[in-house]
Design a protein around this ligand. Structure first.
Ligand code: TRP
Length: 449
């Protein structure tokens, strides 16, 4: 434990890093398509409600344990345990979280590699290297392996540099650029013919759908994935927050910023799809649903950009740059989970740990790339649908039932001395004890059935 722990140097730095983790493929890709196929505005309403009643309390649980323990997820969770039995469960939750987040990184990096290769294709289009562009935009194991590895190179480079000089510095540069690019793209797409149909599809709620259990499940999974919950990511980021900060307020801001990007991304993706339809591009699949998943970003949108001529090259470059930024600020938060553990528990240097663990995840990614049809969907669903909610459940139990209430209050009071009299303290402890575990179990049971 000779390595001094990192700490974010400012409130802004933490906000950018945590928002950077939260904002990713889940917001820009997952949320809009989920909304489009689940009753538009009705999904939006369900998502907003769940984000505040479930995801925000769960986020707070992770941030509070993390800042209290000032340690990685494994030591933090076993540290708040009351006896050796619960300590063992805590350590297991931490370890399973670490394995889960490594697997999430391994599929996330593949998709991020696609974003990187499409971004490169726009640059190659600018200089008219047509055959290179074709290779870059056509799926192949050679392209996917190369760009997945390149993406790992970027991720590892940031994590090696540490909390302040890597994660905080890059998130603080990249996240404001992401907001700016997003706004520019929305304004541009909304001026195109056919965009209004997408806005209508997105914002007019089909309330007949709100009672649909599939919609609620989707909205809850979305909220969980989007706030990077359950696997120790937010716990680790919480552990780098200074004791002077008011955690409930910071967590609230992260939630709001995350939601705002998802909602804004809906204003980009759905109008872009209806513009594509207006231009004769197929946006429905064989089952009559909207094209979602990989095909949306790597076929529908590129087809649209291509029809825009030269302007399309710049729009495409802006869009895929936006995606790469969103991916990178998320992937670094994933790699940080096992890295912080190995550095703190086993005394490894940050550099060695980041490179070794990054390469391990890269190896898993390559196995998935070469067995894509067999493994990709399986790993996504195993980690995000099963493992994440289950781990979230255990974290809620730890904070709600196992950790001593007076210690919990003492931690929240740091940076927020008046906490005991706030609305947060009146509501949140009950939420984390009862509401969160019950909702998660209900969702989990439904998924298994
Ligand atoms: N929240 C990110 C997104 O929306 C992805 C992410 C980052 C994540 N860290 C995570 C997901 C940890 C699950 C667990 O794309």
């Amino acid at each position: 434990m000779s390595n001094p722990r990192g700490e974010f140097s400012s409130r802004f730095g933490f906000l950018m890093a945590a928002t950077g983790s939260a904002v990713g493929l889940g917001n820009i890709w997952g949320f809009p398509t989920n909304a489009a196929s689940n009753g538009g505005g009705a999904f939006l309403v369900a998502y907003l409600v769940l984000a505040f009643v479930l995801a925000y309390p769960a986020l707070m649980a992770e941030l509070i344990i993390g800042r209290h323990a000032k340690a990685n997820a494994v030591s933090a969770l076993s540290g708040v345990a009351a006896n050796s039995g619960t300590a063992r469960i805590g350590a297991t939750v931490g370890v399973v979280g670490m394995i889960t987040v490594t697997l999430i990184l391994s599929f996330y990096a593949i998709v991020s590699g696609w974003m990187l290769s499409f971004m490169s294709a726009s640059i190659s289009d600018l200089v008219r290297f047509d055959s290179l562009s074709d290779w870059l935009t056509t799926g192949s194991t050679s392209r996917d392996s190369l760009f997945t590895l390149l993406f790992y190179f970027l991720t590892i480079s940031v994590v090696v540099a540490g909390v302040k000089n890597g994660i905080e510095k890059w998130a603080s540069r990249l996240m404001p650029s992401l907001y700016l690019l997003l706004i520019i793209l929305i304004v541009y797409v909304l001026t195109l013919d056919g965009a209004l149909e997408g806005v209508r599809m997105y914002l007019v709620p089909d309330f007949a759908r709100i009672a649909d259990p599939g919609l609620l499940l989707g909205a809850m999974g979305q909220a969980f994935f989007s706030l990077s919950l359950g696997v120790g990511t937010m716990l680790i980021y919480g552990s780098y927050v200074s004791k002077r900060e008011n955690l409930p307020a910071l967590g609230g801001m992260v939630t709001l910023l995350d939601i705002s990007v998802a909602v804004l991304a809906g204003m980009l993706i759905l109008p872009a799809m209806s513009v594509a339809a207006f231009n004769g591009i197929e946006i429905y699949d064989e089952q009559g649903g909207l094209v979602a998943g990989p095909a949306l970003i790597v076929s529908v949108l590129p087809a649209l950009f291509e029809r825009m001529g030269d302007a399309g090259i710049l729009v495409s470059l802006a869009f895929f740059t936006l995606m790469v930024i969103a991916c990178l600020t998320s992937s670094i938060s994933m790699l940080e989970v096992p890295v912080s553990y190995v550095v703190e528990q086993h005394g490894a240097s940050r550099k060695k740990a980041s490179v070794a663990l990054g390469l391990l995840a890269a190896l898993i990614s390559l196995v998935i790339v070469f067995n894509f049809d067999l493994l990709f969907g399986f790993v996504v669903s195993l980690t995000t649908e099963y493992s994440q909610p289950l781990l979230g459940f255990f974290i809620a139990i730890f904070v709600g039932w196992i950790w001593r209430r007076d210690q919990l209050l003492e931690e929240v009071q740091q940076g927020n001395p008046d906490c005991e009299n706030t609305l947060f303290w009146r509501i949140w402890p009950w939420y984390i004890r009862f509401v969160c575990p019950v909702i998660i179990v209900a969702v989990y049971v439904q998924m298994i059935l």
